[in-house]
Design a protein. Structure first.
Length: 115
């Protein structure tokens, strides 16, 4: 599974961004079953889970983003999204999508939230 992430950028605190991650070559029947996640890594910190589909439909969120971030998937498009609302400066990090099922990482996309 090859993942391509995009959608990062610079936003003011309180703003929103939507990240997108695509795996266009994945067979649909395989994609539908995959565990997919978004992770982030801030400078000097370890990479951490932000949100994930632990299976085709069950979602989990880090406590710090609950109620602000939403993970969604569009199986027909082989895409997984991370809608980020009410962004805070502490959300600044490189964000990575991951296919947990195959331990495959996409490239990072930078999110910077200014105060």
């Amino acid at each position: 599974v090859q993942l391509q992430a995009c959608g990062g950028g610079l936003v003011q605190a309180g703003g929103s961004l939507r990240l997108s991650c695509a795996a266009p070559g994945t067979i649909l029947s395989v994609w539908n079953t995959l565990s997919l996640g978004w992770y982030r890594q801030a400078p000097g910190k370890e990479r951490e889970l932000v949100a994930e589909f632990s299976d085709s439909s069950t979602t989990n969120y880090a406590y710090s983003v609950k109620g602000r971030f939403t993970i969604a998937r569009d199986n027909a498009k082989r895409r997984v999204y991370l809608q980020m609302n009410s962004l805070k400066p502490e959300d600044t990090a490189a964000y990575y999508c991951r296919c947990n099922s195959f331990s495959a990482w996409g490239q990072g996309t930078q999110v910077t939230v200014s105060s």
